[in-house]
Ligand binder design. Structure first.
Ligand SMILES: Cc1ncc(COP(=O)(O)O)c(C=O)c1O
Length: 358
């Protein structure tokens, strides 16, 4: 028996858009496309035809990349779109609820607010390195709780949620809530993806992205990995033709051959840089705290965040202000850059308060 929590009845009953067939070596008079391209440079694909309705070639390649069966993966425009689709497909406006564990990725809140879905916040424990309380998550669920978002490694804290805690929540909420584990930064962590567990748990959804470790944020390409039933419901909500031909071409090219080894090398380099910066932070006087990160960023607490931001801006360096978030006063998230960029950051931090700097 399936343990997928029931999606919105109207989505289950939705009659999806029936796109014109796309068959090679045929005269295509079924999609109101222009018969010829007016723009051909010999290097790029012609654009007079619609792209694939859903990008199957890309789907297969991403399934291979994330080591899951193709039918368990849905390609979305960034993993952000998967968040939106899950909320719209499972949550009825002004009736259903979802759980988030702040401080965490903002887009869960934004898409919940857009859909009119009640958000139940179960805060991470700032005094315990932002640990998640699995029992509190389970106890906070109500009959209307359809989705539980867990971000691991978490943005902006960089912390991992122990797999046992996630499993406890998944098991407690079978048939009731989908547990969405957002693994946008998993490649930078000392732990593997939990994606293989979707074979075992029908109420588990894993989110992956090409935006971080694979350095393809500009392509807007992410994936939801789940049991086929969940993938099929999500596909009903995705618009047809949403992946432009140049994006498909570029991403396929970027993931070809030994380019994946390049991603792995780059990730190793970022982890080494992260650890190098982390090791120097205790000696920087304007920093009062930081949290060990399993990601490509660090969460740092400053004595005076506003002053630091002004100072860094004078050095043309931007960091992300999280100071207004509960529990994160004077905190900023700093993305790991190239060694030169990181050195520029460290130099600027070390000269803060020095009247000769800036
Ligand atoms: C935790 C987390 N999830 C998802 C995303 C969305 O990534 P994208 O839509 O680029 O795949 C981000 C982006 O920063 C993120 O931090």
């Amino acid at each position: 028996m399936t343990s997928v929590p029931v999606a919105r009845e109207d989505i289950l009953a939705l009659r999806s858009y029936k796109a014109g067939a796309q068959v090679d070596d045929t005269i295509r008079l079924n999609a109101n496309e222009a018969p010829q391209s007016h723009w051909l440079d010999g290097e790029h694909s012609a654009l007079n035809r619609y792209p694939e309705v859903h990008p199957l070639t890309l789907r297969k390649r991403m399934a291979e990349l994330f080591d899951v069966p193709t039918n368990n993966l849905l390609v979305t425009r960034g993993s952000s779109e998967a968040i939106d689709v899950l909320i719209r497909a499972w949550c009825r406006a002004y009736r259903d609820s979802l759980i988030t564990t702040p401080p965490t990725f903002e887009m869960y809140r934004v898409y919940a607010d857009i859909q009119g879905v009640e958000r139940i916040d179960v805060p991470l424990d700032a005094d315990q390195d932002f640990a998640l309380d699995a029992d509190a998550v389970i106890d906070s669920c109500t009959d209307s709780t359809k989705l539980i978002f867990i971000c691991s490694p978490n943005n902006p804290t960089g912390t991992l949620v122990p797999e046992d805690d996630i499993l406890k929540i998944i098991e407690a909420r079978q048939q009731k809530s989908l547990v969405i584990v957002d693994e946008a930064y998993i490649e930078f962590a000392a732990r593997n993806s939990m994606a293989d567990l979707v074979q075992e748990y029908d109420n588990l959804v894993i989110l992956r992205t090409l935006s971080k470790a694979h350095a393809l944020a500009g392509a807007r390409c992410g994936a939801a990995i789940a049991c086929e039933e969940v993938v099929d419901v999500m596909s009903k909500v995705l618009p047809p033709y949403s992946f432009p031909t140049p994006v498909i071409d570029n991403v396929m090219n970027a993931l070809a051959g030994d380019r994946l080894n390049k991603s792995a090398e780059a990730v190793a380099g970022i982890i080494a840089e992260r650890d190098r910066i982390q090791a120097t932070l205790p000696s920087i006087s304007c920093i009062t705290n930081f949290w060990p990160s399993q990601s490509n960023f660090l969460l740092v607490r400053f004595q005076d965040l506003a002053g630091i931001q002004d100072h860094l801006f004078e050095h043309r360096i931007l960091i992300r202000d999280f100071g207004s978030y509960p529990g994160l006063d004077n905190c900023a998230r700093i993305t790991i850059g190239t060694a030169d960029e990181n050195n520029a950051l460290l130099d600027a931090l070390n000269t803060y308060g020095d009247p000769r700097s800036g």
